[in-house]
Design a protein around this ligand. Sequence first.
Ligand code: 5AD
Ligand code: SF4
Length: 374
Amino acid sequence: MSRWLNDILCKDSLAKDDLVQLLSVNEGIETEAVLEHASRVRNTFTGKKIYVRGLIEFSNICKKNCLYCGVRGSNPFAERYELSKAQIIELAGAASVAGYTSLVLQSGERNDNAFARKVEEVVAKIKQASVGKTGITLSCGEQSEETYKRWFDAGAHRYLLRVESSGTRLYNKIHPSDGKHDHQVRINALESLKKIGYQVGTGVMIGLPFQKVEDMADDLVFMKSVEADMVGMGPYIEHYHTPLYPFTPLLKSPEERLRLSLLMIAVLRVYMKNINIASSTALDALDPNGRMKAVFAGANILMPNLTPADCREKYDIYKDKPVLREAEELIAKATGTFKKNGLELCMEEWGDSPAYKSRVHLPEANIRNNSALK
Ligand code: 5AD
Ligand code: SF4
C-alpha cells in the first residue's frame, strides 16, 4: 500500500480532507487496500460476527414524494399494498421459528392515527409472542416525537431514518419543496429518536446526480456529528417513473457506483469504528454479490428480505430491485463464504451497536430489552 494511504488510514482521527482523499482513491489496488483495511477495523472493533436482521417491508403506501423513489405517493404506476397486522405478526413468528432474533419493519411514510396505532400494536404483539426475544427495528419515516415514544414503549428499540443527503443543497435537489420534505425536520427527528432512547441509524444514497465527493465526505462528517449508532447506505439506482430519471445520463456507471458505495462503507468504518453498518439491498441490484462485497468492505449487518414475494415486487423503490433472491439462499451463501474467511453469520444475537453502548454509557448487560443478548 502506498505510504500516504497507509498514513491516512492509521490516523487517530480523520479530518474532512482525509475523508475526501480516501474517497478519491483510484480503482484497483488503492480501493482494494482501503476495503481490506476497513474489514480488519471491523474485526477489531465490532468483531467477526456478522449480524442478521430479517427485513419485512409491510407497506409501500407513502404520502411523500421523494424525487428518486419509485413508491413516491404520486407515482400512479406503483401498485400499493399493506400487510395486515395478522400477516405481519405471522411473518414475524415464522421468522422466529427460522432462527431470526432481529427484525426490521419498514414501510412508506404515513402519519395518520390508524397507522401509528397499527405499528404500536404489531410491535407489542411481536414482543409478547416472542417473550421479548425478538429485537425490533423500525423504519417508518418521520413521525412526531409522541409517535416515536409510543412505538418505543411498545418495544421497538432501534430506528432507521436515512437523512438521504446531509447537505441541504443536495437534499433540496432530490426532494420537492412542498412543505413535506424539510431537511431540518428530518435532522430534528433523529434527535427526537435519540432523546427517547432508540439506537439510531441514518444513511445516505451514493452516486446521486449532482453529488460530489465533498458531499460524500460531508455525509460522513454528519454521521459522526449526530453520533449515529448504525448506518445503512447504498447506491442510488434510477427508477423510470420518477422525476429524477431524466438525470440518468449524469450518473456514474453501475460499476463505478458500486465501487464508490463499497468505498464509502469502508471509509465510514475507518472513521466510525464501532458502529453497526448495514450492507444495503440496493448493492445487489448492481452486482449479485454486492451485499457480500460490502461485508468485505467493513459492513457487519446483513438484512435478508422476508417480505412475501408478491409484495416485494411492489416495494419497487428502484429498478432491478433483486426480488427473487430468497432469504434462505442468502443465509446459506453467506454462512459458507464467511466461514471460509474467518467470519461468522450470527442470527441468535441481537448484535446491538457497540457505539450505542458507549454513547449511553451502558455496560452490555444493561441494555434495554436485551433478553436475547448472550
Ligand atoms: N435508489 C436507491 N435507494 C433508494 N431509496 C429510495 N429510492 C431509491 C433509489 N432510487 C432508499 C432511500 C430510502 C430507502 C427506504 O430506500 O434511501 O431511505
Ligand atoms: Fe416514501 Fe421513503 Fe420513498 Fe421517500 S424514500 S417516497 S419517504 S418510501
